[in-house]
Design a protein around this ligand. Structure first.
Ligand code: NAD
Length: 485
């Protein structure tokens, strides 16, 4: 069925489409309709992709950033040329709002490619002057990179990694997420249409346990960049370290959303309602509301006002703000989390049950009266379920904010100086002050503790996707000496 939207089936290896063996069926989260069956990669196909990427590497690396620039600018254009197909496909297979795809994600995906292609032009110009020497700090291409992404924003997350990896001179193997695999095929088609040489960007379809596990065990790999769950990240990290392959892991979260006394309650409440975007299948959503006890009820009343106006529905409808959950398994998991919390004494402030819209839709939900140790306060639900806890003072807000194993993001509303002071003590990779979702491609992104290893974005991406080398040229004539350090 996906062929009718112009999506190619199978793997893309060395610029050829390889049918692969039949893999899992893919269903739409909108109505559980069967969308098609994707390929699963055999070991030989994974090997062919890895060898193809390895063979393409020397010539792609030798082009230099300037030589790669026209290819990558064309790649970004070809992504834009497929905006309608991307919007249709990710609404259908990932449940992402079609309007958001068109206006937000496709332009951002283009920027992911363009920005890093241009930024790479100055990558080799770094010189460190010390008293003794000039250090010519080079960022040499590393080699073959495996790029593994989840289903909750496939185009955005794949291009966020492909952009810097390719711009830095590496060749890539993209592993598509099996629950939302079709836009990754469009990415490979855009790369092929842009004229990227064979082997520079390969695509493998298939499951994590099959294709994914076979890919990360390939000896050709120089880097693994993974976004997904903490459990999978741990497994990938173990394999990568077994081979001493550097890996970047962007994992799950349970981020705090703090509202301090003196905050703009209306702005905080409107932003709080935004946490239900993508049915809260968003790693960086602030899912634990920590509200000062003096404004707790006033804030919830205000936020409830905005949440009541959210439209849950089909992601293809322009009026929809909250779409479906990705899969029946995920819908059952969300319901079990909420039912369990209610059994343990949680108060449902709003929502609390599946939506009448369809089997995979769940009402935006808020639970209170839960101890900090409750599983739904501690664990990532990945559905439209938030919890709210009151705090008495800054020290308690910070203690609660840091009281999970995660450390991805955060949000803090309050008078700016207070919000910055509190943010400094929240142990996460990033935190937004009086705002949410501002992402700058030059800024670092990633998580602490169980939310990940490493940072991507700007120079951090280039550090990861390069072999950094220091060429040391002395300033004074060098005299060999055994006494010399
Ligand atoms: P997942 O870990 O199940 O799967 C992610 C990808 O890894 C898929 O492509 C899957 O096929 C592959 N995979 C699974 N097992 C593998 C293995 N053994 N070897 C190689 N590849 C394997 O995650 P998911 O359910 O698809 O995505 C949701 C998770 O992603 C959530 O935990 C969310 O917080 C996280 N996420 C994090 C970020 C971030 O930037 N930190 C962004 C988006 C999503």
């Amino acid at each position: 069925m996906f062929e009718e939207w112009g999506v190619r089936s199978g793997h893309h290896i060395n610029n050829a489409w390889v049918p692969g063996r039949p893999g899992v069926e893919v269903f739409s989260p909108i109505d559980e309709a069967l969308l098609g069956r994707i390929a699963e990669a055999t070991e030989e196909e994974v090997g062919a992709a890895a060898q193809g990427a390895a063979a393409a590497f020397p010539a792609w690396a030798a082009l230099g950033a300037e030589g790669r620039l026209p290819y990558l600018l064309r790649f970004a254009e070809e992504i834009g040329a497929r905006a309608d197909a991307f919007a249709t496909v990710e609404a259908l297979d990932a449940g992402i709002l079609e309007s958001r795809m068109r206006h937000g994600i496709v332009p951002r995906a283009q920027l992911n490619i363009r920005h890093f292609a241009e930024a790479a032009l100055t990558l080799q110009d770094r010189v460190l002057e010390t008293a003794q020497a000039r250090h010519l700090v080079r960022h040499d291409p590393a080699g073959v990179c495996a790029i593994i992404t989840p289903w909750n924003s496939p185009l955005m997350l794949s291009t966020w990694k492909l952009g810097p990896a390719l711009a830095a001179g590496n060749t890539c193997i993209l592993k598509a997420p099996e629950w939302a695999p079709f836009s990754s095929a469009l990415v490979a088609q855009a790369a092929e249409a842009a004229g990227l040489p064979p082997g520079v960007l390969n695509l493998l379809q298939g499951t994590g346990a099959g294709t994914g596990a076979a890919l990360i065990d390939r000896p050709e790999l120089a880097r693994i960049s993974f976004t997904g769950s903490t459990a999978t990240g741990r497994a990938i990290g173990a394999t990568a370290m077994g081979r001493l392959v550097p890996c970047s892991l962007e994992l799950g979260g349970k981020s705090p959303f703090i509202v301090l006394p003196g905050a703009d309650i209306d702005l905080a409440a409107r932003t709080g309602a935004l946490m239900y975007r993508n049915a809260t299948q968003v790693c960086l959503a602030g899912t634990r509301l920590l509200i000062h006890e003096g404004i707790f009820e006033a804030f919830l009343e205000r936020m409830g006002h905005y949440v009541a106006r959210l439209t849950v529905g089909d992601p293809r409808d322009a009026a929809t703000e909250v779409g479906p959950l990705i899969h029946p398994r995920q819908a059952a998991r969300v319901k079990a989390y909420v039912d369990g919390a209610v059994e343990r004494g949680a108060e449902v402030r709003w929502g609390g049950a599946p939506s009448s819209v369809g089997a995979l839709y769940f009402e935006p939900t808020l639970l209170t009266e839960l101890p900090a140790s409750d599983p739904i306060v501690q664990e990532e639900v990945f559905g439209p379920v938030l919890v709210a806890q009151p705090f008495a003072d800054e020290a308690e807000a910070i203690a609660l904010a840091n009281d999970t194993v995660y450390g991805l993001g955060g949000v803090c509303f309050g008078p700016e100086a207070d919000a910055v002071r509190v943010s400094e003590r929240v142990r996460t990779g990033f935190i937004w002050v009086n705002s949410f979702g501002i992402r700058d491609l030059d800024a670092p992104f990633g998580g602490c503790r169980q939310s990940g290893v490493g940072r991507e974005g700007g120079d951090w991406s280039f550090e990861f996707f390069s072999d950094v080398k220091d060429i040391i040229v002395p300033k004074a004539p060098f005299e060999p000496s055994f006494a010399h350090r």
